[in-house]
Design a protein around this ligand. Structure first.
Ligand code: ZN
Length: 226
């Protein structure tokens, strides 16, 4: 958390699944100087991982073709094939985490230190296993509408999802704060949700609001949390 020497506030984003809509989201983040973490399933690609969300087709990316596109952002583990980790045996668990981490390192040239739980599910047993894979933080989906630092980084709670009706109120509150202790505004979601709900303007508006402040550190999840 080197940023706390210079700043008291940080903004970070977390987006899952490595889908085609990440490309549009990355363009927006880059235009506003936002930093994000993308949680990728390296065992899935455009051929075997598509589905329909609110009438729109969602396709996973062939990640090897998009190494440069994700440059400047963090790539983190989301397991190899996106199982519910509460339902897999030990051997599968090991493969899902280890092989995703190894493939991320091979593709992006950096060993991942973070993760997001597929479906947001985890247990104390799962948490206990993660450090052995080099995982130092892992995001849940239990939003807390809060900005305070958290003790348990392996069950990290985001401030809110981008579709949360409190999103812009939280943004206003965060911008107005003059805190004595470090505060983190952490937003998560899936880029395909913007297509399905036809609300790309929402992220555009949020980035516009949050961008260009000299009292805010814009960093990836690892840069902000560790
Ligand atoms: Zn996911």
């Amino acid at each position: 958390m080197g940023w706390t020497e210079q700043y008291k506030k940080a903004v970070t984003f977390s987006y899952d699944d490595g889908v085609a809509q990440d490309l549009r989201l990355l363009e927006i983040f880059n235009r506003y100087g936002m930093k994000a973490t993308f949680n990728l399933n390296t065992g899935l690609n455009a051929e075997n991982g598509s589905w329909v969300y609110m009438g729109k087709e969602v396709k996973r990316l062939n990640l090897a073709e998009h190494i440069k596109t994700y440059e400047g952002h963090e790539i983190a583990v989301h397991t190899r094939t996106h199982p519910n980790l509460l339902e897999v045996d030990d051997v599968t668990f090991d493969r899902e985490i280890r092989e995703d981490a190894e493939e991320i390192e091979r593709l992006f040239g950096r060993k991942p230190v973070g993760m997001a739980y597929p479906y947001g599910t985890y247990s104390d047993e799962i948490i206990a296993k993660l450090p052995a894979y080099g995982i130092q933080y892992s995001r849940s989906v239990w939003q807390n509408h809060d900005f305070a630092l958290q003790d348990n980084l392996l069950a990290f709670r985001p401030t809110c999802h981008h579709d949360d009706e409190a999103l812009f109120d939280l943004a206003e509150r965060f911008l107005a704060m003059e805190p004595d202790t470090p505060q983190i505004f952490y937003i998560w979601g899936h880029a395909y949700e913007f297509d399905g709900k036809e609300n790309w303007d929402r992220i555009e508006k949020l980035c516009q609001k949050l961008a260009g402040r000299n009292d805010i550190f814009y960093g990836t999840n690892a840069e902000v949390l560790l």
